[in-house]
Design a protein around this ligand. Structure first.
Ligand code: NAD
Ligand code: A1AUG
Length: 514
């Protein structure tokens, strides 16, 4: 792949990139319909077909959900592999993991094409997702190297004592991932856990299984046996992994509701580290001094990119009353320009939403918006010969009361509401008034406003004046990504310098010299 694609890539007129992706589509199609199962599972669940949201006639894969015994067997295999992996010098571990990153990058076109078919991500977003997965392996390896393996000499109170502080792994790490970044968000926590010396059992989202399985194939082929296992299935398999007493630590990425359950579930006799990365209801603020074109572009990209199905999606905009109507007119024009269609097509920006339930949620949200406010762009479920899947129009809503539930509930749809405000203080007060605190954006031309926003906004990832994405598009090593409040439990962000530390525990080693 010639060009480096990230989520902030605006366009790619690069012929080489598109030719490679189209080759990837051919290769991905050749494996559609394969069965995904744990090989040695004696009693897998009934087969479940994962179908493409762009065209439900396409069966992406057939999943045989792992039985409770298979989940426990995967954990047992990872537990058996743990002492060997933990004892492998970190230099050797990261050499193997960097090799995994290179294999992922080499296969990016096919993996991205498969992801497009499986979850409906457009080609640039899908290529970004695969590349991010590879970068996670490289970034956490680089951190380990920069810290020289996290083994440091401490001070000593006597000439005969030598003490070191050593960070050591926990054991088997469970990774539960969501449908919307089926490669990057299975890969990120897995990479960190492995760099740290843990072994891993991954439970991907059912919709996303085929993509996550390809990641697993790379890790299975490049790493020692048992170091990574994948258990396919749905929520029940997630619960089984959380409930396993041999899982020493967990990273869950998904909704607020499930994350809070996972945080509350205790299945070990002592507390274990649980990192929960949860939902968002991400605000943008547009002040009277803002560049309104940049604001409309940034909000449109973050509200409609991947159909608003990002935890970072922008779903509400607080706009100074003086520029509200002008901003809304520009946003409506941007919504009208969005190219909706088959996400495999080169020019498509917005593909389908993930399933029929998301379309139902869209209908309900639009009906509520029509009753309590005004739908000024979109609002329709899109059908037709060229749109056989779950398509909805990019939608802009106004005239809602600031306390409306549509402004505090995560919808995960291409649906954004604009609310007029009297100044920055009021905007930030509304922006902070939800359980969430993941991402936020500001558009302002005044340095003093920018500083006040940065000082008072309650969010883990903040952007100012960013047309490439008002609230979306973090990249490992560039923007650490993690939520505050109900958006994240740990306060240490993925792709940031403190993340890896969470996958290790400190041991103070004092040895008296004889
Ligand atoms: N903060 C972040 O970094 C981040 C990133 C991506 C997505 N998300 C959030 O994820 C959600 C969308 O993803 P989703 O619909 O796949 O989320 P989800 O919560 O429905 O499912 C996430 C994963 O948890 C599993 N699961 C469900 N119930 C479980 C239980 N009781 N115990 C254990 N595992 C269980 C699912 O099978 C899936 O693998 C949104 O809320 C989005 O904001 C957050
Ligand atoms: N890292 C992605 C969001 C991941 C959540 O869904 C972004 O920054 O837009």
């Amino acid at each position: 792949m010639a060009a480096r694609i990230t989520y902030a890539t605006l366009t790619a007129d690069n012929e080489e990139l598109h030719t490679a992706y189209e080759d990837g589509v051919r290769r991905a199609r050749a494996r559609l319909g394969e069965e995904v199962a744990v090989a040695e599972d004696p009693e897998p669940g009934e087969p479940v077909e994962v179908r493409s949201p762009a065209d439900p006639a396409v069966v992406v894969c057939t999943v045989r959900p792992a039985s409770p015994r298979a989940v426990q067997a995967a954990v047992a295999a990872a537990k058996q592999a743990y002492p060997g992996w933990a004892a492998t010098p970190w230099q050797e571990r990261i050499a193997l993991l960097r090799r995994c990153a290179d294999v992922i990058s080499d296969r990016a076109d096919e993996l991205a094409a498969l992801m497009t078919i499986e979850v409906g991500k457009n080609r640039l977003e899908a290529l970004g997702d695969v590349e991010e997965a590879a970068v996670f392996f490289r970034y956490y390896s680089d951190l380990m190297e920069a810290a020289d393996g996290y083994s440091r000499p401490m001070d000593s109170l006597s000439d005969t004592e030598r003490t070191r502080s050593v960070l050591r792994p926990h054991g088997v790490w469970g990774v539960i991932s969501p449908f919307n970044f089926p490669m990057a968000l299975a890969a990120g926590p897995t990479a960190a856990a492995l760099v740290a010396g843990n072994t891993v059992v991954v439970k991907p989202s059912l919709q996303g299984t085929a993509t996550a399985w390809r990641l697993f194939e790379v890790l299975r082929d490049e790493l020692p046996a048992g170091v990574v296992r994948l258990v396919p299935g749905g929520d029940e398999q997630g619960r089984a992994l959380v409930g396993s007493p041999d899982v020493a630590g967990l990273t869950f990425t998904g909704s607020y509701e499930v994350g809070m359950q996972v945080l509350g579930a205790a299945s070990t006799p002592w507390p274990r580290p649980v990192i929960a990365e949860m939902g968002g209801k991400n605000p943008a603020v547009v002040t009277a001094s803002a560049d309104l074109d940049a604001a409309a572009q940034g909000v449109a990209r973050s509200a409609f990119g991947f159909g608003g199905q990002k935890c970072s999606a922008c779903s509400r905009v607080y706009v100074d009353r003086a520029v509200h109507d002008d901003f809304v007119a520009r946003l409506v024009a941007r919504a009208g320009d969005v190219v909706v269609g088959d996400p495999l097509e080169r020019d498509t920006f917005l593909g389908p939403v993930v399933d029929a339930a998301a379309v139902d949620r869209f209908r309900e949200a639009v009906a509520a918006a029509r009753e309590r406010g005004r739908v000024v762009a979109g609002g329709d479920v899109l059908t037709g010969e060229r749109l056989p899947g779950h398509y909805v129009a990019p939608t802009v809503v106004t005239d809602l009361d600031p306390s409306d539930p549509l402004l505090s509930t995560e919808l995960f749809l291409p649906f954004v509401a604009a609310v007029p405000v009297d100044g920055l203080e009021q905007a930030v007060a509304h922006a902070n008034d939800t359980v969430f605190g993941l991402t936020a954006g500001l558009f302002s031309g005044e340095g003093e406003e920018i500083q006040r926003f940065l000082d008072t906004i309650e969010a883990g990832v903040v952007y100012v004046n960013r047309p490439a994405g008002a609230t979306t598009g973090a990249w490992p090593g560039i923007q650490p990504f993690g939520g505050w409040k109900g958006s994240g439990s740990s306060g240490k962000a993925g792709g940031g310098v403190y993340y890896l530390l969470q996958f290790m525990r400190e041991q103070s080693q004092t040895v008296v010299q004889r």
